[in-house]
Write a new protein. Sequence first.
Lengths: 120, 120
Amino acid sequence: MAPEPLTIYRADCPSRPILDQLISKWSMLVLQVLDEPKRFNTIKRQLDGITQRVLTETLRKLERSGMVTRRVLETSPIGVEYALTPMGQSLKMVFSSLYDWTVTNMSDIETTQQAYDLQR
Amino acid sequence: MAPEPLTIYRADCPSRPILDQLISKWSMLVLQVLDEPKRFNTIKRQLDGITQRVLTETLRKLERSGMVTRRVLETSPIGVEYALTPMGQSLKMVFSSLYDWTVTNMSDIETTQQAYDLQR
DNA sequence: CGGAATCCTACGCGATACTG
DNA sequence: CAGTATCGCGTAGGATTCCG
């Protein structure tokens, strides 16, 4: 048996953990919101429904993967500003089409789901 | 205070559950694999690491949202064939750019993550 | 202000066994 | 072959409290 080709389909492909970490609703929404450098609570206020804990985790993952930078502002009280890196901007662009697709189709999808549910 | 604009950022936007249901590593990989109608175990064999249970769940979500169709083949033993709908194809195209982005950047991201981890 | 720490619970998911 | 059913664990994530 020849070894499987080295693709995204293999369990040991490095893309697997990356997809798990970066491809989520909140990662996508955080990047969309970051059109300019913003502070923690500013982001939080704009992302209705996110908790502080989850936003912190999401930002850490994005920072760890090089999608955003974290800058401490020496204000009083202290402030922290997050900004997109070039890599983050490229991911944001990819997410943008997903964002657009979702907005365009969410109405149809809801209808389809309701029809599916009725049939059981 | 004026009501927030009716966007994807609102907690009650219909996109929220849709994003949670459709935007996942496995949804993406299943759609990528479905270049032609395929049977359950064929898909499973191509998606290294997925369990039967999770593949079933993923296909149900995709079917419920109208991304794939499920067709029972009257063979013996029985077979089930899954195929992309037009809507599923449009989502697949969006996922394709995410797929390409991931493959292109996964090496850089890994390096960045390792550097981040070392710094603690 | 921007977290970290703790507690607690729901549930995602693997493993396994059974079935039309 | 393509599931469903059940069990059991690990963890994601909400709520709350404390801190530099």
